[in-house]
Design a protein around this ligand. Structure first.
Ligand code: PNS
Length: 160
């Protein structure tokens, strides 16, 4: 069975993430969307809220693949989590060249730490390539409209 994790902060999940989840879930038998508990960041949405938002967004937006997408939190190293989850692949999205350097460094480092895992990149769909969680967060915090940038489940939570 081919299992992949898709780790990230998802604070909040964007339509770019949903695009990557939908395409990755079509390839792997099981896709774990893995929400990082990062003690160095103070997230806008708490861990439970992020998990619930992703679950709703996947169920509503990706019904055809939702059954083999799981959503859970993790802390510590991504590779340790991948090992515990028996995952052979790490999924990441690439929006632009600017993402490439950091992502390449992470992929090589993760492979050095845990050679059994490979990182698989998806080019984020062009219409979502400009989206970033931090911009969405800033817009939402100032009361701006993010409904074209995030799935409805996230827009509902951010407007509260
Ligand atoms: O959504 P993000 O913030 O771009 O995701 C970054 C993430 C969670 C993939 C990265 O920070 C990570 O893997 N953190 C866990 C700690 C870790 O394993 N660090 C070493 C990475 S080489």
């Amino acid at each position: 069975m081919k299992t992949a994790i898709y780790p990230g902060s998802f604070d909040p999940i964007t339509l770019g993430h949903i695009d990557v989840i939908g395409r990755a879930a079509g390839i792997f038998d099981k896709l774990l969307v893995s929400v990082l508990v990062n003690p160095r960041k103070s997230p806008l949405l708490g861990l439970d809220e992020r998990i619930a938002t992703i679950r709703e967004a996947v169920d509503e937006g990706l019904p055809a693949v939702a059954a083999h997408v799981e959503v859970e939190g993790f802390d510590g190293l991504t590779v340790d989590y991948a090992r515990r989850a028996s995952a052979q692949f790490i999924v990441r999205g690439l929006r632009a060249i600017s993402d490439f350097e950091t992502e390449m460094q992470m992929a090589h480092t993760n492979r050095k730490l845990y050679p059994e895992v490979d990182t698989v990149f998806f080019m984020t769909a062009l219409e979502h390539a400009y989206l970033s969680s931090s911009l969405v967060k800033e817009i939402a915090q100032f009361g701006g409209d993010v409904s074209k940038m995030v799935p409805a489940a996230a827009a509902r939570r951010l407007s509260r």
